[in-house]
Design a protein around this ligand. Structure first.
Ligand SMILES: [Zn+2]
Length: 87
């Protein structure tokens, strides 16, 4: 397994407050990779209205809180688990 990847800045959605998104810019540390996973460095991303829907609704949309937002971005491959193959 490769070394632990560095932390990164991210917009994180926590449980909504008073029916409004509860967002914060935070440092996040990726967990260790599992088989069949890879890690990419997101160079830039936006937060769109879909992210805000994920930030307002509970766990059935986008996974449990806290959630890292931003799904439309430009990235570079950083780390590849030994079992992952790229075509
Ligand atoms: Zn979007």
């Amino acid at each position: 397994m490769a070394s632990q990847p560095p932390s990164a800045r991210a917009i994180v959605a926590h449980e909504p407050k008073d029916g409004k998104p509860n967002l914060a810019m935070e440092n996040v540390v990726p967990r260790d990779l599992q088989a069949d996973e890879l890690l990419v460095k997101v160079v830039a991303t936006g937060v769109c209205h879909t992210d805000l829907v994920f930030a307002l609704y509970p766990e059935e949309l986008g996974g449990p809180f806290p959630k890292v937002l931003g799904h439309e971005g430009w990235s570079r491959l950083r780390l590849l688990y030994t079992g992952v193959f790229l075509n």
